[in-house]
Design a protein around this ligand. Sequence first.
Ligand SMILES: [Zn+2]
Length: 107
Amino acid sequence: MATKLSSFLKELNNQELHLFYYYRYNEFLPGSQDQIDAEIRKRNLQLSITAKPVKLEIVEGNASALCKKCGSPKFLAQSKKEIKVGKFARNESVYMEYKCSLCNKIY
Ligand SMILES: [Zn+2]
């Protein structure tokens, strides 16, 4: 059965998979961790969750669009709502938040 996670994993190159594994493995439930393990096994990779992977190489020209922590170009955009309650009024503002898909850094 192909899930959203397993198809996401398939699109990653080996180095991206390592970054994802290093930064995010522990946030997943056991069933999802199995999928991550399976993808790593399928590629015959010996990844260590304790060895920090190197940042992705910066492709010339798009450095500003890359995650500063891991170098990934993959982001998830989410709209966030912020509500500020004052004495007389409630102010709602909506803003976009971008989260790195590999290391979870928020922009
Ligand atoms: Zn990142």
